[in-house]
Each structure stands twice: as C-alpha cells, then as structure tokens.
Design a protein around this ligand. Structure first.
Ligand code: NAI
Ligand code: PYR
Ligand code: MG
Length: 372
C-alpha cells in the first residue's frame, strides 16, 4: 500500500503522524511511504532521516493526499485536508467528531474510511491509541495550571506546593482515568493537596491503592463536585465517555462559587469540554477568563511537547497502522478493536456515540463492511 503523511497544519501542532522509525517498519512490511517535506521538522526529524528510512519526500500536502491509499496523521483533518480525501482512501488519525459537525460533514462527503485513534479499544477496556496522549496531557495540565495560577497570568497567585509554613494549593481533578491519574501524580509530586472525583468505584479503589493516601478520592455527585470545585485553586477537567460529547459537569452558575483567580484546565475540550463555559483555545492564545476564573482549553496540548508526544503516539499507533497497510479494510473487518475505531465509512457514520451526538443514523461497522 502507499502510505502518506502530511505535515500537521493545526495551530502550533508540531507532532508528526509517522516518525522515521515508523517509516522503516512500514517499508520493512513492503509498503511505499510518502512524506511531505519538513513533516518531521517539529521533532527534529529532517527529510534526510525519512529518506534513510526508505520514504519518498514530496513537496506538498496535495502530493501526499493524491498519491496515498492511506493517510496517517495526528490531529483531525482541517478543512483544506478533508477536501482532499476521497472514497477508497483510509484516514488514520485523531478525529473527535462528536463536538465537530463541520468536520463530520466533510469526512462523510469525501467518502473516506476514517479510523479515529480515540475510539480504538483494547482487551482491557482501555483506549490504547488515546492513552499516550492522555498521559502527556494529564502531566502538562499541571504545568499549564501552575503557570496560569501566577498573578501576572491572571491567576490568584498561589504556588502549587506552598512553602514550609504556608499551605499548598488545592487541586481538584474531575475524571480519574488516564489524564486524571497523570495530572494527580504531577500535582501530588509538586506538593499540592489533590482530590480526584470519578463515577467509577472500581477506578476510585485503584487510585486509592496507587496513591496510598497521598491523594483523596471522591465519588462524583453534584454535591461532592460543588464542594471540591468551590474550594479548589486549580480544577482539571478529565472526564470521557468514549466517542461522545463530554458531559457539562461544571455549569456557568457554579463558576460564581469558585475562588477569584482560580484556574480551570479543561483537557476534555477535544470532546467539547466538561465546563459549560469552555471553548477550544490554541497554543498561541491558550487562556481566557469568565467570572474571574481563568480557563485553559487547548485541544491539542501534547503538540507543545512534540518530541515526547510524537514518539509516544507512534509507539501506540504502529501496530494497527501496519495492520491497515497490510490488509486494508479486511483488517478492520476482522478486528473488533479496529472496528470500534471506525467512525466514518463511505458517507456513513459508524460510531453510535458520534451519530447520537450529531443526529446522524448510526450504521454498525459490521453492516457497512459486510461482515456475515
Ligand atoms: N486537550 C488535549 O490535548 C487532550 C485531551 N484528551 C482528552 O482528555 C479526556 C480524558 O481522556 P482519558 O483520561 O484518556 O479518558 P479515560 O477514559 O481514561 O478517563 C475518563 C474518566 O472519566 C470518568 N468519568 C466519566 N463520566 C464521569 C462523570 N460524570 N464524573 C466523573 N468522572 C466521570 C470515567 O469513569 C473515567 O475514569 C478525553 O476527552 C480525551 O480525548 C486527551 C489527550 C489530549
Ligand atoms: C488526543 C488529542 O486530542 C491530542 O493528542 O491532541
Ligand atoms: Mg479538535
């Protein structure tokens, strides 16, 4: 198969869908790999490194889209990208369609077969292609939160860890999955007073075990949420219902009960965000303020640390990328975890949570792929 990778064009997105190391693996499987010039510049991977790995370098994204049977990317396609996709082509990338009707329409119109990294599953109930970026974003959320809490940046001017004789900041993490765990680990490491809320009691048990009392866990009711959010200096939004738009757990009204200069980092913004007042921001203008509360809502946080992120992402995407390149639609038809990743196929929505969120008819992957 001809496998192509364009340079990412989202605001300050420096990751790349295929590292030179991944290219070498595809080439070893007998595939032709087409890379847009400078696609790896953001991680210090020059065109020559791609050539050495066996890739062909082309001058424009247009060349990549025209010449490839499968496109491997990082972020959801931007309008100029979805306009170049076509029927019979496979797209393998993050999509986050539930909060994005325009992109969904674009992908449906193109006829492309689109696998969303964020809904591919594994045998343990996890999301293996989302997890590495959630690890990065969870850790970064505390760095972003700490910076936003500084007075000059609009925050209330509190140091996460405090100092001897002065109490640390209080950090509330809503959603104790991968993002939540990694955010809590960083915040606790810096000496903050950390609480994690989740609706899953088994998950709260796991977290309690892991942190051995260093972090408080709470079942997430409206009461508990209010209490935690009102007393917090920093709130991390980290809930997920796979494929679906994030539930709005913190309402506009609740903001008025928060401390002035408190900070919200809504990591779940790529699924629409879990604060009613969240809207997506960019790395060039990451924060805004509502009712005295600083909001940080960057939808591609891992793009800020592309060297770490691109390698972690490629480690996770390589296996299924090779399956798709080796066997095409057959790979999707025969693997239930890859079928869970199929969001759009030949003009149909094939993920129920996405279809429900956007008012489309949902088609089972098995039906559109004609599996008996
Ligand atoms: N902004 C960015 O750059 C990035 C955003 N993300 C996003 O972060 C979000 C979280 O991802 P993960 O941690 O990997 O998901 P996850 O599935 O590991 O964890 C989500 C957690 O939310 C909990 N949850 C669901 N509903 C809840 C509720 N009503 N109250 C409390 N907890 C609830 C679940 O029980 C689960 O433990 C996703 O939207 C993901 O796409 C991930 C990476 C980068
Ligand atoms: C998961 C996601 O949205 C990202 O890595 O940018
Ligand atoms: Mg987005």
């Amino acid at each position: 198969m001809r496998v192509g990778c364009p340079k990412e064009i989202k605001n300050h997105e420096y990751r790349v869908g295929l590292t030179p190391g991944s290219v070498r693996e595809y080439v070893a499987h007998g595939h032709e790999v087409i890379i847009e010039t400078k696609a790896g510049a953001g991680i210090g991977a020059e065109d020559d490194a791609y050539r050495a790995a066996g890739a062909k370098i082309v001058a424009t994204a247009k060349d990549v889209f025209e010449q490839s049977d499968m496109i491997v990317k990082v972020k959801e396609p931007q309008p100029s990208e979805w306009a170049q996709l076509r029927d019979g082509q496979i797209l393998y990338t993050y999509l986050h369609l539930a909060p994005d009707p325009e992109q969904t329409k674009g992908l449906l119109g193109s006829g492309v077969t689109a696998i969303a990294y964020e809904t591919v599953t594994d045998d343990r109930g996890g999301l293996p292609l989302l997890a590495p970026m959630s690890e990065v974003a969870g850790r970064l959320a505390i760095q972003a939160g700490a910076t936003s809490l500084q007075k000059a940046n609009g925050g209330r001017g509190i140091l996460l860890g405090g100092v001897p004789g002065v109490l640390p900041a209080k950090v509330t993490v809503i959603g104790g999955g991968v993002v939540g765990l990694h955010a809590a680990r960083m915040a606790a490491g810096l000496g903050a007073d950390v609480s994690i809320l989740d609706r899953s009691i088994p998950r709260l048990r796991q977290l309690d075990d892991l942190f051995a009392g260093r972090v408080h866990t709470r079942f997430s009711t409206i009461d508990a949420l209010e209490e935690e959010v009102f007393s917090a200096d920093l709130v991390i939004g980290a809930v997920l219902i796979p494929g679906a738009a994030a539930p709005k757990l913190v309402t506009r009204e609740m903001l008025s009960g928060m401390k002035k200069g408190a900070v919200i980092v809504d990591v779940a913004i790529d699924q629409g965000g879990c604060f009613e007042t969240s809207h997506a921001t960019t790395h060039s203008d990451p924060t805004y303020e509502v009712d005295g509360v600083v909001h940080y809502c960057v939808a591609n946080m891992p793009g800020a640390v592309p060297v770490t992120s691109a390698h972690a992402l490629n480690n996770a995407t390589l296996y299924y990328g090779l399956q798709l390149a080796d066997r095409g639609l057959k790979a999707i038809a025969e693997d239930r975890h890859l079928r869970a990743g199929l969001n759009v196929h030949k003009g149909r929505v094939t993920n129920k949570a996405v279809a429900d969120a956007l008012g489309y008819e949902s088609h089972a992957p098995e039906a559109v792929l004609k599996i008996a």
